[in-house]
Unconditional design. Structure first.
Length: 186
């Protein structure tokens, strides 16, 4: 169902985020994020001069390379458009995310390593969503690689998706149908 029709208004700001997950030929996974911020009006800045409506105010990219356990093997970040000349100088700091596992406590670790003055707010915001994209990409692993459980009668590990949202509640109908061995209702 779409949102209700809004009152008359004028667009001032657009943030576009695109994220993609890839399987690599070496068996690792690349998760890439791209963020742009644009204004609908032109404005002048000290550092860049005039910024026109079709020019990004911000443009950042991030690539996480992860293994089958969602442990980051490498992280690369770039800042192509920015409001201040110093902004791109922090992107090498994101390589320090190597070794961190995407899972419980993921964003706590990201903030510890590259949060606040140790990083870039926009790239850190993207990383939160990239964790979800990494998981969604990784879920495709068994389908893409044609893998299946060795013993279909023996339960596999508890799926990470359980209790991550209303639809995936451990006592809900989806878990009862898909993962009855982990269903906690009734």
């Amino acid at each position: 169902m779409p949102l209700a029709t809004p009152v008359d208004r004028e667009l001032l700001h657009t943030r576009a985020i695109t994220m993609r997950g890839y399987i690599r030929e070496d068996g690792l996974w690349d998760i890439e994020g791209h963020l742009t911020d644009n204004k609908s009006y032109a404005f002048d800045t000290e550092a860049r001069g005039r910024v026109e409506p079709d020019m990004p105010v911000h443009e950042m990219r991030v690539r996480l390379t992860v293994d089958d356990n969602l442990v980051i093997q490498a992280c690369e970040a770039s800042t192509d458009h920015h409001p201040y000349p110093v902004c791109p100088s922090i992107t090498p700091a994101f390589s320090r995310l190597a070794g961190i596992r995407i899972g419980v406590g993921w964003m706590r670790e990201v903030r510890r390593v590259v949060g606040g003055r140790k990083g870039c707010t926009h790239i850190v915001e993207m990383l939160a969503q990239m964790g979800t994209v990494a998981y969604q990409t990784h879920v495709a692993k068994s389908r893409f690689k044609g893998e299946s459980r060795s013993d279909p009668d023996k339960p596999g590990p508890r799926p990470l998706v359980i209790d991550t949202c209303h639809a995936m509640a451990s006592d809900g109908p989806l878990i009862k149908a898909r993962f009855p061995e982990y269903y906690t209702g009734d």
